[in-house]
Write a new protein. Structure first.
Lengths: 251, 316, 312
């Protein structure tokens, strides 16, 4: 297993915004075909990590390698061309364009000819379950549909690695279940997935591994069950573990 | 829709048989500004970059082809491409500077105005261009020198230019460039995340637009036979260029054409009937009011608005 | 905008004892002084514009054409009622205040949240209407206004100072100071600055943001109305300079920093001096080349301007 080149290799990643050290010496790897979750309390730096991986921020230090190829300093469109696609935490559809046109933009990343790109976009919309809304303007979709559209767009770029940023936020139980199935199906086609998520049930059921970060650094990494019981993780989410026990004497 | 467009073109082609020379010149005016508006539309409408300095490209195309014709004897039929190319170089420079440095919205508008003004002042102070007095082209009426005795020639030339620019816009719409420009217009960052090199495509639109506009400058020069830097590089011409596509509908194929058919006759009527009393600029008041009304009530433009009315009615 | 306005006679000190360098330095010094004095008007124009942008984030493309109306109102007052522009500017400011209120309430309010491009186009429409109505009513010929002090000049050694320019400069400075007093020492002024800094916060504490916006726009218009009046005794004016003046105002405001009052003030002086020196070193017709080149440099390398806090 150690001989296989990891799909994504992140070492010593750090980023500072003014006085705030958002990401500090972060390292992890992703193997081809995995689903890995990146979790942590609000403000832990997770979306910043996505921003760094996808080229929207330039790291102050550290290295990011996709199949051995360095991504540092590349613009977002170049990184997408190399096979890394991302969604945004707050969805950003192209509101005046149709659902199909939205996804077609993603498809054009791999297929410059419009008719073929459109056909690919249709197929992706089928896969994601939005085909019936193809002609509607993206601005008219519900939140759950927009999340699926965001996912479809990124998927249409034929990525090797898909970064999903809180794709389940704001969804009800049924919608969440559907997205979980979809993510599993996408992973089934060979796409590696890195999830930022707060919905713990989904994280536990989907992930092969979980990475926990807080204040920009890794505080735990491992199997979902291990991480859930790790006292450092509990402390990060809830504060002092002593407080979680009713009737405990103050420190 | 296709048949209607074809019919329209055929009518326009046949019209000169029944038009007086005066009416011919009105149509020339309509076609030429529709052409300029359509050329602008590629970067201002489809790419969504409001350039308020497009007169610079007209001026450059005009002066380059005029000077090459008068000093070097190069026929404007070739000179127009040289003029277009030089205009495209300026367009590339402005686009490069503006887009590389991330200038958006108002700041980009001002950058384009600044360049147009610099051109105006520079050309107005150079001897080779005739300075503030202007540049004059001797009348020969020789078609090889892009001069025609018969107004019908001008009619067909401007009609061709208008159709050519519309054809280019149509191609842009159909190809990947068009889809990418639409995405950039909606949300540039989201487009970047999907593999769209926004800088490259905006710059492409700018170069195409400025090249076409520069080619039009040659017609301007040899139709009027005199060039004044304040007129051909001035803000009023830039306003004239953008107001037709804006009223007609930016980012649409027929918007600039419809806009010119609405606004150009208005200007001509004003000049014809009110010009004697010194009211020649009255149409600009109408332009201003129309602009205000369009922005407030039908920001998408006249053509999309009319289209939605028609399709709304047919859907019951 | 024509900055020329030659005095009745140009007197240079006798040539003996002065080399080329001496003569040039006198020209430069003269240019500096003229530019600086005229800069008061530029500053006033720019302060009005930056106030509007700073508070409402609205790009007022009609700024120069409002100034044109300030000029012509002053002209009307001077020629029909016999009021000197140095007194009449108050009326012009008041009239433009009212016009500003009307434009803001009727038009600008509807596009406060629209993208910049839409605002620019709307205000361009307003500019076209204002400019061409003025053209219709007053005609295209350049006008001048004679003030009681128009023709006097004061000599400072080899340099002359046009008294009208001096008074214009003084009044412009006083008005700018009054404006700062209003913004920093009065409750309404503080509300305006609060709304500029943080519109939602201002709403939360109960500020009537609509009223604040209207006042800010009206005050901005009043500034430019006064500036227009103050300029009439110094240079000839005509309606068609409106768009040009708007562009100059934007030049200044970007160089000084959008939304920054000290930036607009300093920017106005800076640009005016740069243009003046440009006229000396290049040619009078090339003076705007300097300010536009400066604008391009600022746009590319420091879009926030000299004093600005926000980059685009």
């Amino acid at each position: 297993m150690a001989d296989v080149l990891p799909l994504l290799d992140v070492r010593g990643l750090s980023k500072r915004f003014g006085g705030l050290q958002a990401v500090r010496d972060l390292s992890f790897t992703l193997r081809e075909g995995e689903i890995v979750s990146l979790i942590g309390p609000n403000g832990a730096g997770k979306t910043t990590v996505f921003g760094l991986l996808s080229g929207f921020h330039v790291p102050d230090g550290g290295e990011i390698r996709l199949r051995g190829r360095s991504l540092v300093g590349l613009k977002p469109h170049a990184i997408c061309a190399l096979g890394l696609a991302r969604t945004f935490q707050i969805v950003r559809p192209f509101p005046h364009l149709s659902v199909l046109a939205n996804v077609e933009v993603g498809a054009l990343a791999r297929e410059p000819r419009r008719p073929q790109a459109q056909a690919h976009a249709r197929a992706v919309l089928e896969q994601v379950g939005l085909a019936v809304k193809m002609e509607q303007p993206a601005g008219s979709l519900t939140l759950a549909e927009r999340k699926r559209l965001e996912l479809a767009r990124a998927l249409a770029t034929c990525p090797s690695l898909l970064l999903l940023d809180e794709v389940m936020a704001g969804l009800n139980a049924a919608e969440t279940e559907r997205i979980v199935e979809l993510i599993r199906a996408i992973n089934g086609t060979g796409i590696t997935i890195l999830l930022i998520e707060h919905v713990m049930r989904a994280v536990m059921s989907l992930s092969a591994r979980v990475i926990v970060i807080n204040y920009g650094e890794t505080i735990a990494e491992g199997l979902p069950r291990e991480v859930a019981n790790d006292p450092r993780v509990i402390e990060a989410y809830l504060g002092d573990p002593g407080e979680a026990h009713v009737g405990a004497a103050p420190a | 829709m296709r048949w209607a467009a074809l019919a329209g073109v055929l009518i326009l082609v046949a019209l000169p048989a029944v038009l007086s020379s005066y009416l011919l010149s009105v149509f020339i005016f309509i076609f030429f500004y529709a052409f300029l508006g359509q050329a602008w539309n590629i970067v201002g409408g489809y790419a969504g970059q409001l350039s308020a300095g497009h007169a610079a490209f007209v001026g450059i195309g005009a002066y380059v082809s005029a000077i090459l014709s008068q000093q070097v004897g190069l026929t404007p039929w070739l000179g127009m491409f040289v003029g277009g190319a030089v205009a495209a170089v300026l367009g590339a420079v402005i686009g490069y500077l503006g887009f590389r440095f991330g200038l958006r919205g108002f700041y980009f508008v001002l950058l384009t105005v600044a360049f147009a003004e610099v051109c105006r002042i520079a050309v107005g102070n150079l001897e080779v261009t005739g300075g503030a007095i202007g540049y004059y082209i001797s009348f020969t009426g020789n078609p090889w020198q892009f001069q025609f005795q018969d107004n019908r020639a001008h009619y067909y030339i401007t009609l061709t230019l208008m159709l050519l620019a519309t054809g280019v816009a149509w191609l842009v719409e159909r190809r990947r460039l068009g889809a990418y420009l639409a995405a950039i217009r909606e949300d540039e960052e989201a487009a970047e995340a999907l593999g769209v090199n926004a800088f490259r495509y905006k710059l492409t639109a700018m170069v195409i637009s400025s090249f076409l506009t520069g080619v039009g400058g040659t017609f301007y020069a040899f139709y009027l036979l005199s060039l004044q830097p304040n007129s051909v590089f001035g803000i009023p011409l830039s306003v004239d260029i953008i107001i037709r596509p804006i009223v007609g509908g930016t980012g649409t194929l027929l918007g600039p054409i419809l806009g010119s058919f609405i606004l150009s006759p208005l200007a001509e009527l004003s000049r014809h009937y009110l010009g004697q009393g010194g009211w020649a600029g009255a149409h600009l008041i109408a332009y201003g009011i129309l602009l205000i009304l369009v922005v407030l009530f039908i920001p998408q433009g006249a053509y999309p608005y009319l289209k939605s009315l028609v399709s709304g009615r047919s859907n019951g | 905008m024509a900055q020329g306005g030659r005095p009745p006679e140009v007197r240079l000190p006798p040539a003996q004892g002065l080399g080329e360098g001496g003569r040039l330095s006198i020209l430069v010094a003269q240019g500096l002084i003229s530019g600086l004095l005229f800069g008061g008007v530029y500053s006033l124009m720019a302060v009005g514009l930056t106030l509007i942008f700073g508070v409402m984030r609205v790009v007022n493309f009609a700024h120069g054409d409002m100034m044109v109306w300030g000029m012509y109102l002053a002209w009307l007052l001077a020629t029909r009622v016999g009021v000197d522009p140095y007194v009449g500017f108050v009326v012009c400011a008041a009239a433009l205040f009212v016009l500003g209120l009307a434009v803001q309430r009727g038009l600008v309010n509807r596009i406060i949240d629209a993208p910049h491009e839409m605002q620019i186009l709307l205000m361009l429409g307003v500019a076209l209407v204002l400019e061409n109505v003025a053209l219709l009513v007053f005609g295209p010929e350049p006008q001048r206004v004679r003030s009681a002090i128009s023709t006097s000049a004061v000599w400072l050694g080899p340099l002359f100072i046009d008294v009208a320019r001096l008074v214009t400069f003084a009044v412009a400075i006083v008005l700018s100071l009054l404006l700062s007093f209003f913004l920093f020492r009065t409750d309404l002024g503080r509300s305006i600055r609060a709304a500029a800094d943080n519109p939602y916060g201002a709403l939360v504490i109960g500020t009537d943001v609509r009223r604040v916006y209207a006042i800010a726009f009206a005050v901005g218009a009043a500034c430019v109305g006064a500036a227009g009046a103050l300029v009439t005794p110094i240079v000839p004016f005509q309606p068609t300079t409106g768009l040009q003046l708007s562009v100059t105002s934007f030049n200044i405001v970007i160089i000084g920093g959008m939304g920054s009052l000290p930036g607009a003030f300093v920017g106005g002086l800076l640009v005016s001096v740069a243009e003046s020196l440009g006229a000396v070193f290049l040619a009078p017709s090339m003076k705007e080349l300097v300010s536009f080149s400066l604008l391009i440099v600022v746009l590319l390398f420091r879009p926030a301007g000299l004093f600005g806090r926000r980059a685009p």
